[in-house]
Design a protein around this ligand. Structure first.
Ligand code: GSH
Length: 208
């Protein structure tokens, strides 16, 4: 059985969604936020971050995008992503990499700003730059969504859920919804998705 180390409101959201869509049973371990984690947790998550997924063979994997791609591979029947070799696969991989390497780090720079400056007075500037970088990245995705319902192919995939999770973390969600109408269109559909509604009761990613 899988074991998911997570925390409400974290990147565990999309992994929980993947496991639920795949009907894969898992044990959920809520990891408290602390600067003094157990060594056992650091052994599987050296940066003291969630999510971490322990696989049925006992090995563990970090990195939300990698976990999503792996789960999609392990559960092909669930249609979590376009299959390897399918035309939409390139978009899926592109946007998963883009979101985890551009947008997620920008979100972290906003919420963990003191980590990103040695200047005690520097956090305001770090936050401003983080929001500017988020805005640049979301604008790219908004443009890519023009004329299409989902990020990759004609069906919802984990990339769309990943996007909804990230945009929900934008510090000014009202501004985000107005600025990026294509993302808002996709996000609105996901806000109405029964599974997202269920997950949102514990994660509180967006107002119910
Ligand atoms: N690159 C990692 C980032 C994970 C991450 O930053 N998780 C946050 C919660 S959303 C966390 O655990 N932060 C605690 C910390 O950085 O100290 C991923 O994509 O999974």
């Amino acid at each position: 059985m899988y074991k998911l180390y997570t925390r409400p409101g974290s990147g565990g959201f999309v992994v929980e969604a993947a496991l639920a869509l795949a009907n894969a049973p898992f044990e959920q371990i809520d990891v408290p936020k602390t600067d003094r984690p157990d060594q056992a947790f650091l052994d599987i998550s050296p940066l003291n971050q969630v999510p971490v997924l322990t696989l049925p063979d006992g090995s563990s994997i970090t990195e939300s995008a990698a976990i999503c791609i792996l789960l999609a591979e392990q559960h092909p029947e669930a249609g979590l992503a376009p299959a390897a070799g399918a035309p939409a696969r390139a978009d899926f991989l592109r946007w998963m990499a883009f979101m985890s390497s551009v947008l997620y780090p920008a979100v972290l720079r906003f919420y963990y700003a003191p980590r990103y400056t040695a200047d005690a007075d520097g956090t305001k500037a770090v936050k401003q730059a983080a929001v500017a970088e988020m805005d640049r990245g979301f604008a790219v995705i908004d443009t890519a969504l023009r004329g299409r319902d989902w990020l990759a192919g004609k069906e919802m995939s984990l990339a769309d859920i990943y996007l909804a999770m990230l945009v929900a973390w934008h510090p000014e969600t009202d501004k985000a919804r107005a600025a990026w109408p294509e993302i808002e269109r996709l996000w609105a559909r996901l806000r109405g998705h029964p599974l997202m509604k269920t997950l949102n009761t514990s994660h509180e990613m967006w107002p119910a």
